[in-house]
Ligand binder design. Structure first.
Ligand SMILES: NC(=O)c1ccc[n+]([C@@H]2O[C@H](COP(=O)([O-])OP(=O)(O)OC[C@H]3O[C@@H](n4cnc5c(N)ncnc54)[C@H](O)[C@@H]3O)[C@@H](O)[C@H]2O)c1
Length: 395
């Protein structure tokens, strides 16, 4: 039967691992999708795509008008691949902040959510879907089976335990290590060309682990790193000097954590080096007070966790900003966790944050920013800290 002469309803049907995600044509409208609970306890939520289209020469027997009519002579494909798909693994506070920000900013056409908590997963999916009238159009799906992530351009991993009050990021490692050994191979299986964007802590070591497990080239395995720390620093400087944070330029590098390194020597406000502003008479801040700001940056996450139990909004925006640079090939420079060997004299296989150019292929390059001797030394100390822990774990 000719498609153009047929009333057809295109539904997004995900009935098995093989046809999952494809739109199929049916001669009649399928009833609304079901939540599928397999004996294994796997939960699947699918949403029908209500594409109701008929050809111009089709007439309903009762004279009812179709909702849409195809233009005669059209050669519509049954399924047009939408341009961008991301998967978020872990629908906790951080995962949903990342998902929500990416959706709100219109960065994504398809969003897949994965978690092991079936009820929470379905609840988060529905809650976000119910905002459809206020959001850019996006197909949101959720499943505890990683097949739902198939064909993702970017996979964001936020799954795992989060810090308890006062707990360092590194002490989280033991708890999150084994999770990653099960998560990463599944993502690779369904999206062999994806970019892995790791958020879970300790982010540098888990990004290194993801690189090792995935077998991906290092440009396609990135950790959010100090992108957030740098924003915290820029916010604090902007606040103190009463300027817009967009006009504060500078990076924190190294570990996303206690040994991070602020690059004071190249930190500028509208091209004015902050250190030279501070050296002038009548200045508001001394070098010491800038170092105090660094402590505030490092302690920032701990303070938020103490006050509200977790951090979410800032890491959500930070991650969405990275997604934007990657998906839209923005070629912006972000301080993110990358394979650092060979840069700034680092000679070990460690992931840590360096100012890096991001585009559609992932990390396009690492910027050669100026560093004074003290900053280089601290960066090396930071890399040694990470290396020591990696060695203890023998990964
Ligand atoms: N890199 C950063 O800048 C940054 C900032 C904030 C938080 N984080 C980290 O993000 C992570 C998540 O934090 P959160 O506050 O969202 O925690 P959360 O406890 O709210 O959420 C974690 C989610 O992971 C899920 N999960 C656990 N095991 C899983 C598995 N095997 N597969 C799929 N999902 C699984 C849980 O069910 C839960 O929904 C933590 O490691 C935290 O330290 C990183």
């Amino acid at each position: 039967m000719e498609a153009s002469a047929t009333t057809f309803f295109s539904c997004s049907l995900r009935s098995s691992a093989t046809d999952r995600g494809r739109s199929l044509c049916f001669p009649q409208l399928k009833s609304s999708s079901k939540h599928l609970f397999s004996p294994s306890g796997r939960v699947s939520f699918s949403r029908p795509r209500n594409v109701l289209a008929v050809s111009a020469d089709h007439h309903e027997p009762d004279g009812a008008k179709p909702m849409f009519t195809t233009i005669p002579g059209s050669d519509l494909p049954y399924h047009v691949k939408t341009s961008s798909k991301i998967t978020v693994v872990g629908v906790g506070n951080v995962g949903m902040a990342c998902a929500q920000t990416c959706v709100t900013e219109g960065l994504v056409d398809e969003l897949a959510l994965v978690d092991i908590q079936a009820d929470k997963l379905r609840g988060e999916m529905l809650d976000l879907q119910h905002a459809a009238a206020f959001l850019p159009r996006v197909n949101i799906m959720a499943d505890s089976d990683y097949a739902v992530s198939e064909g993702s351009d970017i996979c964001i991993v936020t799954a795992g335990a989060r810090q308890r009050e006062g707990e360092s990021r590194l002490s989280l490692l033991g708890r999150n290590l084994s999770l990653f050994k099960s998560i990463i191979p599944q993502l690779v299986r369904y999206s062999p060309d994806t970019i892995l964007l790791i958020v879970s802590n300790p982010v540098d070591i888990l990004t290194y682990l993801s690189w090792k497990i995935s077998g991906f080239p290092p440009n396609r395995v990135i950790g959010t790193g100090t992108n957030l720390d740098s924003s915290r620093l820029r916010f604090l400087i902007a606040d103190k000097f009463d300027v817009n944070a967009h006009n504060v330029h500078g990076y924190m590098v190294g570990e996303h954590g206690d040994s991070s390194v602020p690059l004071w020597s190249t930190l500028t406000i509208a091209n004015m080096p902050v250190l030279s502003i501070c050296d002038k008479d009548g200045v508001k801040y001394s070098r010491e007070s800038l170092q105090e700001l660094h402590k505030m940056v490092v302690g920032g996450a701990y303070e938020v966790i103490k006050l509200k139990g977790y951090t979410s909004w800032a890491i959500g925006y930070s991650t969405a900003s990275l997604v934007k640079s990657l998906l839209r090939d923005q070629r912006r420079i972000h301080p993110v966790s990358v394979l650092a060997k060979g840069f700034y004299g680092i000679d070990k296989d460690v992931y840590l944050s360096l100012p890096s150019q991001l585009g559609r292929a992932g990390v396009l390059g690492v910027a050669s920013v100026q560093m004074i001797e003290e900053e280089r030394r601290k960066l090396h100390e930071s890399s040694e800290t990470i290396w020591d822990i990696q060695n203890q774990l023998q990964i």
